[in-house]
Structure formats: C-alpha cells, structure tokens
Ligand binder design. Structure first.
Ligand code: COA
Length: 602
C-alpha cells in the first residue's frame, strides 16, 4: 500500500529504488518480519500499541514553536460588546460554562460519543475529554512532556487570567465555596484594574511560550533558578485553563483577521504576549468581540475540542447569566498577580522570543473562505462522500497551482479504538492524479468523460477511509510503529526509513483536516512544512468553509491563489456532476465500484 501511495509522487528511478528496499524489508525472515513480530508483542502488552509512539512523533518531539505550527484555534462568532464590562460579563459566563463542563468530566457523566458519517454508530473512546483541562505541555530540551494532573485534584482550583501581558491567579474556590458567576465577574473586574497599574507591571513572560520548544526549555531552565519564577510557573502549570482578556487589536474584524488573532495574537505588539501557549485550553475574549480558543494539541483532537466548545456556545446562548448578588461569596480576596524575577539575560531571552514570534506573524499567509455555491447536501445527492469530494477538490486546486501532486495528510479518527487518536488518509492517489490531469488538460473541454475519472477517485478514497484509515489499518501508524520499535531495539535505522521516498512521504505539503461544527464557529491551523498549506474545512449543508494557511516565505505557495483554484475546481466539479446524466453516472459508479473492490485502491 505504501508503494501504491508513493509511486506517482516520486521519480520513476527513485520509485524503483524504493521498491527494491521495500521488497527486501518484507522478505521472509527479513527485518520487516522481525519488527512486525516485536510490534505484535507490544500490542499484547499495551492498550494501544501506537499511542505513545504517535504522541511523541506528532507532538512531543517536535521542536517548532507552538503558535501557528502546532496549536489549532477555534474561532467563535464575533460578539458585539457594548463596553469592557460587557466583555467581562461574557468571560465570566464562559468560565461558568467551563466549570459546568469540567464538572461533567470529573463526575464522568459525559455521554459516550458514537461515530457519525462513515461506519456510523460505533462507540468512540472518550479518553481525550479527560485531558481537556488537567494537562500541560512542559517544554524539554529534546522532547516535551505531557503532564497529566489527577482529575478533580484540589491543586487545580484556579484559572490563570492574562490581561495586558500580565498573569493573574483567579481562585475558583474560596473558603471551600465555589465562586458564582457574579464572583467571577467581580474578580475579573479587579484583574483588569490591576493590569492597568503600570507601576506593578511585569515583563511579558508569556512570550517565552511562543518560542521554539528547545529555546523555551533553555529559557525555562534559566527562569527556575529563582524561586519567584519557579512559583509562578508552578501555578500556571497547574491551572484549569487560561483566560486571555484582549484589548482591541486595531485590526479590521473579519474571519481571516479573527483567525490570525487566535493563532498568534498578532505578535508581541498586539496580543501575542497575552498568551500562555503550553496550556491546552486557552480562551480568548477580546474587548472588540474577537473570541475563541487556541489549544495545545497534544492531549486531544479537534473533534473533542468542537464538542467542548459547542457545549460552551450552547451554554452561553441557552442558559441565562446568573448574576444574583445574594448567592455570591462575601469576602473575595484580591486575585494575585504572578511575579517574575528578571535579569539582563532573561530580558535578552524575551527580546529574542518576541522577534521570533514577529517573524512567524509576518510569515503567515491566511485566508478564510466561505464557498457558497453549494454545500455537502449537493454532494450527497450525487451519491458521493462529501469528505472524499472535498479532498479531490483540494488535490485539483493544488495541481492547478503547482502542476504536481504531493504527500497529503488528512486526519482520520481512530477513536473506535481505546486511546485512539488519528491515522492518515493519503488523498494524493494515482486516481486523483489521473482526474486532475484530465481536468486541467486545456485541449479537452469539460465533458461527461471526465466524470469517469472522478468516480473511481471518490470511491477509492471512501474505500480507503472506511476499510483502512478509520478502522485501524492505515499505513502511517503501522510504519511509525515498525520504525519506532527498531529504535527501541537499538537497531540501525532500517533503510526503508532512511530512503528518500519515506522522507518525502512524511513531508505533508498539503495538511488537511475536516472539523465540522453544528454551531457557528470554525477551526484553523498553520501549515506543517515551510512550503506547504494547512487546510481545515467545515462542510455545512449549503456551504463549505475553508481556512487555508501557508507561509509568505515560500515562493511555491499563496493562500489566495489556492483558494481561487479551489473555488474554480469546486464549480467545475459541480458542472461535471450536472453534465453526467443519471443513467451514465450510475453505470460509471457500478463499473468503478468493481474496480475498487477488486484492487483495494490506496
Ligand atoms: N452517498 C451519499 N451520502 C454519503 C455518501 C455517499 N456515497 N458517503 C457518505 N455520505 C454521507 C454520510 O453518510 C454522512 O452523512 P451525515 O451528514 O448524515 O452524517 C455525510 O455524507 C458525511 O460523510 P463523509 O463526507 O463521507 O465523511 P465522514 O463524516 O464520514 O468523515 C472523516 C470522514 C475521515 C473526516 C471522519 O471519519 C473522521 O475521521 N473525522 C475526524 C477527523 C479529525 O479527527 N479531525 C480533527 C483532527 S485535529
């Protein structure tokens, strides 16, 4: 399957080399067989043989800065706050919702999720929910650590509030009484006032968390030499979540600018230092109505984040704010401002982090686009999987922009398995290549014959999704398992994993993910390689929402050009579906189904 996936993406000479390596690896009694045996042994001893390997490979070993490169964001609907107080009311209500949701997690009353879409009805592993609020990604020199606090721990009874780059501790339990919404609002008001006081202002330490992971780990080592810094870090590392009260950014408020503010805060001159990027749940409430979350990704997937934030959005609109004074805690202590000890060396570190964040901010090319010509209902009416169809459209857009196809990642949930996270659907198939070549052939005008290229691609893709990716038989996790077990056995890295094709197979120039929502909001994230695109899409009944990112620094990418090509392709694909009349398309479907079933297309 690996060879099938890569054959058309590398040069023929390289492919022949890879083929020989793969054949040798798979020979009876060869390295592959030994590693497979060891992997099977591991699967006997662990709940999930790939989880630890995957977590380290995907997140903890990665050294790039968290904003843009790793942390996804969820952008809430734009709010219309009358004034600062109104935004604080919203924030207090949001935190009340968070506490209610956390209570559901701690008391284990969250209903079990069941798969929707393809292979609907299977129960899904709920473990990711139990890591929403009690985790923290600690930077390390070579590898980060995901710290998991015991759920419901009394050490975790506070949140951190960031305001004007200052960090404050908001205790949620005072004198053994839980704070009510009115109390939370009172505390937030105090915090805003304290943040105004320029005499007590502390340096913007949150900037350090926006840096590369090794740089941050080194800086943290310097910081913790002082007990004041040690204590401040310890409080942050144990909090439930971070609430960032942002000043108006001064940017024109549109979907793209709101997404940018979530992903990187607009750099140190705007809100970029008013963040603590290591904390998995970080809520942003901007005075200008720009709200959302930016999340450290290692403990959970976007789908779990959607479930949590949709609950919060429904809580916000559905349950009235409870501001009755009568029930509030009478004596509320002033929230503590976190203090930091600086030295000239630490000042230099902060400056360096600020500059690197600024570079990232300048480099990000983002475009959020609503395709309104049709949505997933039209695609379903064509008897096609909307997800597969959109993936084909993405391939077409990429080909149109770059004249080639590249390794593509689409996250496929494997929560059907205990501790399951995701595997990869590789949508840059040879069938996709045939389709996009036909579609971009200038000599041939769009005709029904193009449809015969589209159908095998869609079916092959759906076949792979259902029979491999979401059912735990994808190739990416398996290859990762074989590679990592070789390392554990202290073997020299097998040639299959040093080969140029394997390296290319893991350079995801197109990194895509479907994150559908049922309330008005959308997810976005950055590209995973310097010359790549990040594309998060949200299929709705009558429209499709795309958040496309790339880097200005690459001459090979441009988000606006990609979006334009995507738009054109989606319209052409609709025209194609319309042109192919019913009898023809069902005949084509039947013929292609036979091909797929016989060949088990990758
Ligand atoms: N004809 C008509 N309808 C079809 C169809 C066909 N041939 N194929 C699928 N459909 C329908 C489905 O029944 C489903 O209907 P619903 O809207 O009533 O539920 C709908 O179209 C969507 O199905 P499809 O587009 O095939 O995709 P999916 O919802 O099954 O999603 C994945 C596919 C791979 C995205 C999904 O399995 C998955 O893994 N999602 C998680 C991704 C993730 O983790 N993202 C976050 C990463 S941080």
């Amino acid at each position: 399957m690996y060879l099938n996936c890569m054959k058309h993406l590398v040069k023929e000479e390289q492919y022949q080399k890879t083929k020989a390596i793969v054949v040798k690896f798979g020979e009876p009694g060869g390295t592959g067989e030994l590693l497979q045996k060891k992997l099977l042994e591991r699967s006997e001893k662990t709940y999930n043989w790939v989880y630890d390997y995957w977590l380290e490979d995907m997140y903890l070993n990665q050294r790039l800065a968290l904003p843009v490169n790793s942390n996804p964001a969820m952008v809430f609907p734009k709010q219309n706050f009358k004034d600062r107080k109104d935004s604080l009311r919203f924030a207090a209500h949001l935190i009340t919702g968070v506490l209610e949701y956390k209570e559901r997690i701690d008391t284990r009353v969250l209903p079990v999720d069941f798969a929707r879409g393809q292979l609907a009805g299977t129960p899904l592993c709920m473990k990711q929910y139990y890591r929403l609020f009690n985790t923290y990604r600690l930077p390390g020199h070579k590898r980060d650590t995901l710290i998991i606090h015991k759920p419901g721990s009394t050490e975790q009874e506070h949140i951190i509030v960031a305001c004007k780059n200052q960090f404050f501790v908001l205790d949620l339990v005072v004198n053994k009484k839980k704070l009510k919404e009115m109390d939370i609002l009172t505390q937030l008001e105090k915090i805003v006032k304290m943040a105004e006081n320029s005499e007590e202002r502390q340096p913007p330490f949150g900037l350090l968390t926006s840096d590369g992971r090794t740089e941050w780990a080194q800086a943290r080592e310097v910081l913790i030499k002082d007990s004041v810094n040690r204590e401040s870090l310890a409080v942050i590392e144990k909090c439930l979540c971070v609430l960032c009260l942002d000043n108006p950014s001064g940017m024109e408020v549109g979907d793209t600018s709101r997404a940018l503010l979530m992903l990187h805060g607009g750099g140190h001159e705007k809100m970029g230092a008013n963040r603590w990027y290591d904390k998995p749940m970080q809520f942003i409430v901007g005075e200008d109505g720009v709200c959302g979350t930016v999340c450290e990704h290692s403990p959970f997937e976007g789908i779990v984040l959607v479930a949590c934030t949709e609950y919060l959005m429904k809580f916000m609109t559905g349950s009235p704010s409870k501001m009755g004074r009568a029930t509030s805690v009478s004596e509320l202590p002033t929230p503590a401002r976190l203090l930091w000890k600086t030295t000239p060396h630490i000042q230099d570190l902060l400056k360096a982090s600020a500059e690197r964040l600024q570079r990232l901010v300048r480099d990000l090319d983002m475009d959020v686009h609503k395709f309104e010509v049709y949505g997933k209902e039209f695609i379903k009416k064509q008897k096609m999987s909307p997800d597969a169809y959109i993936q084909v459209a993405l391939q077409l857009a990429f080909y149109r922009c770059n004249g080639r196809l590249v390794s593509t990642y689409e996250s496929a949930s494997i929560r059907r398995f205990h501790e399951g996270r995701v595997d990869n659907i590789r949508s840059a198939t040879s069938e996709a290549l045939a389709f996009v070549k036909a579609m971009t052939d200038e000599k041939a005008s769009l005709s029904v014959s193009h449809f015969s290229y589209l159908v095998p691609q869609i079916l092959g893709y759906s076949h792979y999704t259902v029979h491999h990716a979401i059912t735990g038989l994808g190739i990416d996790n398996h290859l990762l398992g074989l590679r990592e077990i070789a390392q554990e056995l202290k073997m020299e890295r097998p040639e299959i994993f040093t080969d140029e094709t394997y390296v290319a197979s893991n350079q995801f120039i197109l990194s895509t993910s479907q994150v559908p929502t049922t309330v008005e909001m959308f997810c976005c994230y950055g590209p995973v390689v310097p010359n790549g695109y990040g594309c998060c899409y949200n299929p709705q009944s009558d429209h499709l929402l795309f958040s496309v990112t790339s880097f200005h620094g690459s001459t090979e990418t441009c988000s606006a050009v990609f979006i334009k090509a995507l738009d054109e392709g989606l319209v052409e694909m609709r025209d194609l579906c319309r042109k192919s009349n019913k009898p023809q398309s069902s005949a084509a479907l039947a013929a292609s189904k036979a091909v797929v079933n016989n060949q088990g297309l990758c």
